[in-house]
Design a protein around this ligand. Sequence first.
Ligand SMILES: *[C@@H]1O[C@H](CO)[C@@H](O)[C@H](O)[C@H]1NC(C)=O
Ligand SMILES: *[C@@H]1O[C@H](CO)[C@@H](O)[C@H](O)[C@H]1NC(C)=O
Ligand SMILES: *[C@@H]1O[C@H](CO)[C@@H](O)[C@H](O)[C@H]1NC(C)=O
Ligand SMILES: *[C@@H]1O[C@H](CO)[C@@H](O)[C@H](O)[C@H]1NC(C)=O
Ligand SMILES: *[C@@H]1O[C@H](CO)[C@@H](O)[C@H](O)[C@H]1NC(C)=O
Ligand SMILES: *[C@@H]1O[C@H](CO)[C@@H](O)[C@H](O)[C@H]1NC(C)=O
Length: 665
Amino acid sequence: MACRLHLMVLIFSCVYLICVSSQQETRFVYNGFNQADLFIDGISKILPGGLLQLTNTTELEKGHAFFKQPFDFGPSSSLSFYTHFVCSLGPPKLGADGGHGIAFVVSPSMNLSYAFPSQYLGVFNSTTNGASSSHLLAIELDTVENVELHDLDKPHVGIDVNNPISVESSLPFYFSNALRKNISLNLMSGEPIQVWVDYDGSLLNVTLAPLEILKPNRPLISRAINLSEVFQDKMYVGFAASTGGWTSNQYILGWSFSGSKELLQTLDLSKLPQVPLPKKEKKKLPLLVVGLVVSLVIPVLMVLGGVYWYNRNKFAEVREPWEKEYGPHRFSYKSLYKATNGFGNDCRIGKGGFGEVYKGILPVGRHIAVKRQSHDVEQGMKQFVAEVVTMGNLQHRNLVPLLGYCRRKGELLLVSEYMPNGSLDQYLFHDQNPSPSWFQRISIFKDIASALSYLHTGAKQVVLHRDIKASNVMLDSEFNGRLGDFGMAKFHDHGANLSATAAVGTIGYMAPELITMGTSTKTDVYAFGAFLLEVTCGRRPVEPELPAVKQYLVKWVFECWKQGSLLETRDPRLRGEFSFEEVEMVLKLGLLCTNAMPESRPGMGQVVQYLNRDLPLPDFSPSAPGIGAFMPVSMEASSAIGVPSLRNSSISLFVTHTILDGHGR
Ligand SMILES: *[C@@H]1O[C@H](CO)[C@@H](O)[C@H](O)[C@H]1NC(C)=O
Ligand SMILES: *[C@@H]1O[C@H](CO)[C@@H](O)[C@H](O)[C@H]1NC(C)=O
Ligand SMILES: *[C@@H]1O[C@H](CO)[C@@H](O)[C@H](O)[C@H]1NC(C)=O
Ligand SMILES: *[C@@H]1O[C@H](CO)[C@@H](O)[C@H](O)[C@H]1NC(C)=O
Ligand SMILES: *[C@@H]1O[C@H](CO)[C@@H](O)[C@H](O)[C@H]1NC(C)=O
Ligand SMILES: *[C@@H]1O[C@H](CO)[C@@H](O)[C@H](O)[C@H]1NC(C)=O
């Protein structure tokens, strides 16, 4: 009896165990798939966070995940099943189209390797379409319309039996229990979506809802289906998903399944893994705005930058540390640019091989002349600027005040006071201007002699002018003669040879010893002599067009003197009254200063005295040595040492000086 009892207990226990185990077999729940033992193929995989990724965004791929144990839908069992899962379908970018969808599948085999991706969702292929032998049930969340499959034209939910053409389908929405209305759902938001599929053996319900919503009271689809012919005795449950030309990251977050409604376990939504959401529209909008702003701002910035850069370049200067001490003499290019109306043509008062001269007005109302000259070399610049500044410090009423300078790349600008009446040669040689009277000429001689005397003896250092001629004699508003400042002759000998011995000047004014001995106060005296003759005779020292006897002024005046017709050489345009005696004295002084022998020339101090009649001219005859011996410095020789050739003298506003450190005195 005890034995039978024991046997009964044993049998009961076995039956109980079998029952429990079979109950365990007919249901499962996965809140994330970390520990899940699923059959997985294709590109499906379980991600480290427990997320079941059915597909990523690789095109034309498919993947499956099946619960490994089959369920018994045999004649002795019920055909019913209940499932609840959470999925997420996210296109690469929100708002973009994604594809192709996922399906909950009940299949006689886990091996769906024959199935096609794209619209076949990895469940069907083109030959199994509609074949009852496939024994397939799929609940599809299809995100791509397919005309071929008579799909709805938007993402939709459908029931497929052996066929990708759904027996029933609907646009996705859910019935809100609270609001008692249907609310549409976006299948491709990437947000988790809950799906319930309930089949009681005759009616198949499909229900959708967002994650935070309780199961709606009304299903999305409710369809009477007899699946007894579709289901085989053993059926596997799982998921299929595919991509095509459209792709999505398609995930299952959690899944509960049971053969009976009562045994279906609830998903613990709080334990579901997180889904990487596609880039949000909120982020896209600022991006769009940023893009718009950037696309607007960049051109503006570029224009502003361009203007800035243009201005920077336009007003760029060269400044070196050694120039600091010359600060007061340094002009900014911008100020000169403004003063001369942007170096406009209307401000240009001279133009020549040396550069251009502009007149301008500084903001303080001072009238200036700006000489722009290009140069190639920086060599010698420091010494040159030092000289410019020294010139600027010279104070004499018969010098054109040099105000300062400005340096730019390859360019030097010299600023001096503007002389409203221009240069003397314009009155001597241009018929449209009135010819100066003798009184004007003699006072200009006195002015220039006084200025030269100051340069030679009056200033702290000996300063050589080196280029005295009518075109470098400027006339101020009262018609006073003023020796113009810097001629760039020296500078234009490429700044290389700035020594006092550099031979520069203008042919006809250059002393014969200049080539061999270089400049000295005596070469300035020679040039002054030539200038005296030039202004008195109203012709240039060298005029190649004239007959040979008249070509060289010094020689011609000398010859005329010898022949007793000295006064005949005077300027025929000379207006008004003049004293023969004074003209004769000046012509003789001119010859005295142009003596071929430097030691026989007077000093500038003496010249001033002669002109002022404080001293009588020394008595000398045409036979005196060196007188009238004009030896023109040949063009070849002069150009060989970089002497500027005869040039249109009216452009030279400034005259070259050279500072001799003591020995020239
Ligand atoms: C998708 O997954 C497959 C298989 O893991 C991999 O080879 C492929 O690079 C992945 N594609 C993307 C876009 O991540
Ligand atoms: C799936 O079935 C195909 C034949 O249709 C076969 O070649 C393949 O080996 C099967 N795969 C598995 C994992 O059983
Ligand atoms: C479709 O799948 C079946 C197996 O169910 C297979 O026999 C058939 O060859 C497949 N058709 C194509 C076109 O791959
Ligand atoms: C909601 O959709 C169902 C179809 O599933 C329809 O029968 C019902 O009338 C709709 N309800 C409302 C409030 O629109
Ligand atoms: C399907 O939904 C209907 C209501 O639309 C309900 O009466 C029926 O019980 C549901 N069936 C299952 C299996 O949930
Ligand atoms: C389903 O169809 C089978 C035969 O195909 C039939 O025996 C069964 O009664 C049907 N079930 C229902 C609920 O109609």
